[in-house]
Design a protein around this ligand. Structure first.
Ligand SMILES: Nc1ncnc2c1ncn2[C@@H]1O[C@H](COP(=O)(O)OP(=O)(O)O)[C@@H](O)[C@H]1O
Ligand SMILES: [Mg+2]
Length: 222
């Protein structure tokens, strides 16, 4: 029941922008839809997010990082995602389990099977019906975020936020990008890949058209 769609891709590729636009479009068509994000999306999850992104937390062990992401995810799935899907609604999520595989698995070199086991505990095995991948060269995404930060000051929770995870080196972000490519190869049916280096509105149209077939049989609200 319901429809679960996630957005993945490198920093600055436009995930938050496109998740919001798809949400607005589906809502204007009358579909029951919510948009949320990881880590966060719940009161408890947002508290965990603050710990994860805090630039002062340089001593955080990789295992701590993985378990905090997973704890936030468990809360989101239990509190928001599963209940909303059970009512037949559409849940859009800005990042999900694939980010753990890409960032902590391929990026930090943690064992993928171990991550899969932790993720299965956190999510109870819930995986998206479709995952939208916004493809952008790592450098370009980081540059977009940097540009936004210089314009607005880059405060916490703004699109320009510069956080502990963004601050890792380019080689790390490159390993993450290769990880996403590998994940897409493994499950080509679930993933849809888009060139993120296009105008925001053109990209939004392409994403909507990819999602459209999944809406058949879902009832817009009266
Ligand atoms: N298609 C696009 N072209 C150019 N800039 C974009 C595009 N989409 C988003 N941006 C800008 O890039 C920055 C990062 O976008 P955002 O949606 O926050 O990315 P993400 O959530 O993937 O990190 C923001 O300043 C945003 O306005
Ligand atoms: Mg974002």
């Amino acid at each position: 029941m319901g429809l679960f769609i996630t957005f993945e891709g490198p920093e600055g590729s436009g995930k938050s922008t496109q998740a919001r636009l798809l949400y607005e479009r589906l809502q204007s068509l009358g579909f029951p839809v919510i948009v949320t994000r990881e880590p966060g999306g719940t009161r408890i999850g947002e508290m965990i997010r603050r710990i994860l992104v805090d630039l002062r937390n340089t001593e955080m062990a990789p295992t701590t990082e993985i378990l905090l992401f997973s704890a936030a995810r468990a809360q989101l799935v239990n509190e928001l995602v599963r209940p909303y899907l059970a009512t037949g609604g559409i849940v859009l999520c800005d990042r999900y389990a694939d980010s753990t595989f890409a960032y902590q698995g391929y990026g930090l070199g943690r064992d993928l099977e171990e991550l899969q086991a932790i993720t299965a505990v956190a999510t109870g095995g819930l995986m998206p019906n479709m995952t939208i991948f916004l493809d952008l060269p790592v450098e370009d995404g980081l540059q977009r975020r940097r540009a936004a930060r210089e314009q607005s000051g880059g405060g916490y929770n703004t699109p320009a936020e510069w956080n502990r995870l963004d601050a890792r080196d380019l080689a790390y972000h490159q390993r993450v990008a290769n990880g996403f490519a590998e994940l897409m190869n493994r499950e080509p049916k679930r993933w849809r890949r888009f060139d993120a280096n296009q105008h925001v509105e053109a990209l939004a149209d392409q994403i909507f058209h990819a999602v459209e077939p999944l809406l058949q049989g879902m009832e817009p609200m009266p």
